[in-house]
Ligand binder design. Structure first.
Ligand SMILES: N[C@@H](Cc1ccc(O)cc1)C(=O)O
Length: 430
């Protein structure tokens, strides 16, 4: 059985802890939680670190609780935000809560029945009937405005720098998160909260509230992990198309896999510790091998394989690898036909495209290859290319006899035209 804090320590996943945490975790199996606000209908790889921390926590024999912020999502955490947030409407919130629950349950087995089985809770369940009067009397009275104003999330918004101010609504956020901790402490014995380093302020409002609401008789603990950054200073977790999500219909497995494959060497060394369960020995060995021959990208490959398997499973990883071969290695028309539409588009992102009508199938081959599809500059060039035997359609070489047909369409819509090795063009038939 491994030790939770030691495991997180060598992985570089501990930023701050409150005093006494180690003694507490050594003393007894402890229930600990992390909250996720439903700001979107899925989670992205930024949230994968907290998810993995809950998985480590479970592996170490403690009991993890994942909280979905149905209530806090109605307020909006001001942490790290320089502007007031827009309120989400109820319909969006409900959809987001469901989406996030689904993602979380792919990583944590909420159906397990053992004593330390993971539990999923929603803070809306205990906040919805809490009246304003009760809240300000029972909770608000325990914490001073002075204390709340000293938090970074508040200070930043009050200072001249951003100067935009903060609504009373967002100001209350830390108290609500703090109250969650208090509630979970007394309802389920949750003594420990984890989260990203930006959550330190909200988490310590919680430990403080727990102490004060028990007149100093109960104690709770907190730990933060570092926010993931990149060596080159650019924002982590984004590709050109936006966030890297944990849902295949938001970020294709291919794009997900490629994202990890393309991280910089310095980043790969840290990320492999954060994002995989590979043990210390294995990671040290891989890192040493990587340093000998960086061009083989051993770390990136191990990282991409491991995270993609964790998030999408082995079968999907194999498909993503096959898709990756299409641009770079040997592949057949069969491989191409097996791609789903999103993956096809992701693989050929940036390739020139032309929309055409179905009448394209009535054209002579030379017209089809030139003006019809917008691929080659002229009929003459098309003739030459055919003579050189350098044209492929959907990865099959074609000759003068080829007749374009609807049957060839990938996902019922696309034709992949290719000249030589790298010169691609996509025809979209409308
Ligand atoms: N404030 C956290 C989410 C959270 C919500 C409620 C909690 O009790 C704990 C955490 C975030 O934005 O990431």
């Amino acid at each position: 059985m491994y030790n939770f804090l030691e495991e997180l320590q060598w992985r570089g996943l501990i930023q701050d802890t409150t005093p006494g945490l180690e003694e507490q975790l050594n003393k007894e199996k402890t229930t600990g939680y992390i909250g996720f606000d439903p700001t979107a209908d899925s989670l992205h790889i930024g949230s994968l670190v907290p998810i993995l921390i809950l998985m480590h926590y479970r592996k170490a024999g403690h009991k993890p609780v994942a909280l979905v912020g149905g209530a806090t999502g109605m307020i909006g955490d001001p942490t790290g935000k320089s502007d007031e947030r827009n309120l989400l409407d109820e319909e969006t919130l409900a959809k987001n809560v469901e989406g996030i629950k689904n993602v979380l349950s792919r990583f944590l087995d909420f159906d397990a029945t053992d004593e330390n089985a993971p539990v999923l809770v929603n803070n809306y369940d205990w906040m919805k009937d809490f009246s304003f009067i009760d809240f300000v009397r029972d909770v608000g009275k325990r914490i001073t405005v002075n204390y709340m104003m000293a938090k970074d999330s508040v200070k930043k918004r009050l200072s001249g720098e951003s100067g935009v101010g903060m609504s009373f609504t967002e100001f209350t956020y830390q108290l609500i998160q703090g109250y969650d901790f208090h509630h979970l402490y007394h309802d389920m014995g949750v003594k420990f909260q984890m989260g990203g380093s930006d959550q330190w302020g909200n988490m310590t409002t919680g430990t403080e509230l727990i102490r004060r609401m028990s007149d100093g008789k109960t104690e709770a603990f907190a730990m933060t992990c570092p926010l993931v950054t990149k060596a080159d200073g650019t924002k982590f977790g984004k590709s050109e198309g936006g966030n890297i999500w944990l849902d295949a219909d938001k970020t294709s497995v291919y794009t997900f896999y490629q994202f990890w494959l393309n991280v910089a060497d310095e980043d790969a060394e840290r990320f492999i510790k954060f994002y995989t369960f590979l043990d210390k020995e294995t990671i040290e060995k891989l890192t040493a091998e990587h340093k000998e021959e960086p061009h083989r990208r051993i770390l990136q490959n191990a990282l991409a394989d491991s995270v993609t398997t964790l998030v999408h499973g082995e079968e999907e990883l194999e498909l993503a690898k096959k898709a990756s071969q299409i641009l770079f290695g040997k592949s057949t028309s069969e491989d191409l036909k097996n791609l789903n539409e999103q993956t096809f588009l992701d693989v050929f992102e940036g390739v020139s495209q032309q929309e055409v009508g179905e009448d394209i199938f009535e054209l002579e081959l030379l017209d089809f290859l030139s003006e019809g599809s917008g691929f080659l500059a002229s009929k003459g060039e098309a003739r030459r290319a055919l003579k050189e035997n350098s044209i492929s359609i959907n990865k099959d070489k074609i000759n003068d006899d080829y007749k374009p047909s609807k049957e060839d369409l990938i996902a019922g819509k696309y034709l992949l035209l290719q000249r030589g090795k790298k010169n691609y063009h996509i025809v979209i038939v409308k």
